[in-house]
Structure formats: C-alpha cells, structure tokens
Write a protein that binds this ligand. Structure first.
Ligand code: NDP
Length: 327
C-alpha cells in the first residue's frame, strides 16, 4: 500500500480506501461488510468512509460494530462521517449545515460508530440556507471540542470552498483540509479544472468517490445485464439512467481493449488512472462482493504502466478531458 499526505495536512491516508455507500446496512449482509473491512485493513487500507445519510444511519452502525469487534488500534485507522443529508428522519434542523445540525449530527454519528472522535468530518453538500460563517464557526468548534480532527467539504463548488477558506483565515479559524469530489475517467471537470486553484493556494487534499462510475467502468455491463448490482436496486433508477447509456458503453468497450492489451482488467485500469493524478490523496473503493475488492486493491501495480501515450489514448476515447485553464 502507498500512503499519501492528505493535502498539506500531516495525516497519511492510504492511496486506496473503502467506502460504505449503498452497501453497508443496505445492499450487503453485515458479514460481507466485515469481510470487506478485514480484507481492506489487512491490505494496508487505513481509511473507512461513511456518512450520516448512508442507509439512514445504518451504515455507521454496521461499521461501528465491526470496528468494535475488531478492536484494531485506534491510531491505525481513519474514519469519516459526513453531515448534511440527515440520518433516519429529515425534519427541519435534522438536515443541512446549521450549527444545530452539525453539532447534533456529529454527536449522533459518533454514537452510531461507537467512537470518541472522527478523523475526518465532511460537510456533505453546500447548504444555501446556512451562512458560510455559521458553518465554518461550527466546524471549528467541533474540532476544538476534539470530536473531529480535520474537516472538509464534499461536492462544494470551488467558489464555495474558497469563501470558507477566506472566512476562516480572516477570523483565525480552522479551514477545510480536504474535499470529496466525484472523479473517474468519465467525470473529470471539478478535479482537473475547477479545483486547480484550490490545490495551489490552499493545498487541499481529495478523497475521491465513484472511481468506477458506480460499477460502469468495471465493464460488466458491456454484453450483459447482470442482476446482482446496484443498478438493479429499485430506488436507484436515476443512477442507472445517469450511467447506463450507449455512448458510455461505446467508450468502455474501447477502454476494455486497452486494458486487455496492457494485460490487466478494466476495473484495475480505471482505478489506477485515478491514482495517477497527484491531486488525488485517496481513491475510495466501493464493493458489494469480496472478489471485487480483492481485484481493485491491487490497482496500484498498474500505475507504472500508464505511459503518456496510454493516458492520451484514454483522453481520446473518453473525450472527457477538460480544456486546459491557466491558474
Ligand atoms: P465505484 O464507482 O467504484 O462503485 C463501486 C461499485 O461498483 C461496487 O459497489 C460494485 O457494485 C461495483 N464494483 C466494484 N468493483 C467491481 C469489480 N471489480 N467488478 C465489478 N463490479 C465492481 O464507487 P462508489 O460509487 O461505491 O463510491 C465509493 C465510495 O465513495 C462510497 O462507498 C462512499 O464512501 C463514497 N461516496 C461519496 C459520495 C459523496 O457525495 N461524498 C457519493 C458517493 C460515494 P455492484 O456489485 O452493486 O455492481
């Protein structure tokens, strides 16, 4: 395993980490969740990603029970939660980034995870109904109380993150350290274009999500319609519609040929491609089966094979490389 600094912070995060969205407390049995965490931890993964909104709080309960059972040294792993979407109930003040919900949401996440502190705490989306001042103050206070060690944002715009930084700096408050954006061969703009100034000016780290575009980039939808997948989950029609398109399948067919030529699998190539970007601190892997994680956990081996020519070929096939911008 390789460990990378989370931006300019002193925290070392494994280049590959494990997330629980849609799987823990939902798509998979707790026994599989435990096997996935075991496999990840034994392979050197030190970061487990979670959120209050995952399975209405159940994902944190499942992960908390596993961490308790394993009794791993607390300093050997990093756990996150994210506040914004609320857990089970979504009444006013049970969602969003108000001081009230940030304080109470954090306390509830800690209870579900059975932890004294979160290592990373994210504001899961920007909240247009809460002044940025209130959110930055609240996150600062949560850190001063020792309930979280670092705070960050997820799917905020570059302008919103910059505003948080300027307010924090002006008032000598703790600023966000990391952002959690979507990033894959098929989804590049924020990380490769919008955030370049953030990396340069603030040294933000990134914990990127959906590196396989929800499984699309595994190639398993090419000539098949597998049943046991998240795209078959009833509530996830919107996700299937986002990704399962002829245009994407055409690109993936060509990417698969590249992977074959390289002597590797498409999931590994897709993850390695994310790892090659130096602004990626960690790639959060998702898996519903242990064999999937076994495969993707070996993706670091492929990074040295990604030549400039190959990267250009991937750009050509995907057509998703953003126009270069001056920063
Ligand atoms: P991916 O895009 O990598 O999708 C993971 C899914 O792809 C798996 O659950 C599995 O789904 C399928 N898959 C994985 N490996 C393979 C393989 N080798 N072969 C075939 N299929 C495979 O990542 P996620 O979308 O799960 O995101 C990763 C993590 O990022 C989440 O768990 C969460 O922690 C975080 N996240 C954060 C968000 C945010 O807003 N901050 C939003 C979304 C995720 P299946 O078997 O069902 O097809």
């Amino acid at each position: 395993m390789e460990y990378r600094r989370l931006g300019r912070s002193g925290l070392k995060v494994s280049a590959l980490s494990l997330g629980s969205w849609l799987t823990f407390g939902n798509q998979i049995e707790d026994k599989i969740a435990e096997e996935l965490m075991d496999l990840a931890y034994d392979s050197g993964v030190n970061f487990f990603d979670n959120a209050e909104g995952y399975a209405g709080g159940k994902s944190e309960i499942v992960m908390g029970n596993i961490l308790k059972k394993k009794n791993w040294d607390r300093s050997s792993y990093i756990v996150s939660s994210k506040i914004y979407f609320g857990a089970e109930e979504k009444k006013p003040n049970m969602i969003g980034l108000s001081k009230k919900h940030l304080f109470e949401g954090t306390d509830n996440a800690l209870k579900r995870l059975q932890l004294d502190h979160l290592d990373l705490l994210f504001c899961h989306r920007a909240d247009p109904e809460t002044p940025i001042e209130e959110t930055v103050w609240a996150m600062h206070q949560i850190i001063m109380q020792g309930k979280a060690l670092y705070w960050g944002t997820s799917e905020w715009s570059a302008a919103e993150i910059m505003e948080a930084h300027y307010f924090a700096e002006k008032n000598h408050l703790i600023a966000p350290v990391m952002e959690q954006p979507q990033y894959s061969m098929l989804w590049r703009d924020k990380l490769e274009r919008d955030f370049l100034t953030l990396f340069r000016n603030f040294g933000m780290g990134t914990t990127i999500w959906s590196p396989l575009a929800s499984g699309m980039l595994s190639g398993k939808y090419l000539d098949a319609d597998p049943t046991d997948t998240r795209f078959k989950m009833e509530s996830l029609g919107w996700l299937r519609d986002r990704w399962l398109k002829e245009e994407n399948l055409n690109k993936i067919r060509q990417l698969k040929m590249l992977a074959d030529k390289l002597g590797t699998s498409l999931p590994k190539l897709a993850i390695a491609w994310c790892l090659k970007n130096p602004n990626v601190s960690t790639v959060i892997l998702g898996a519903s089966k242990t064999h999937q994680l076994k495969e993707t956990l070996t993706s670091l081996d492929i990074v040295p094979l990604l030549s400039d020519e190959l990267m250009q070929e991937i750009d050509r096939i995907t057509g998703t490389k953003p126009e270069a911008v001056a920063v």
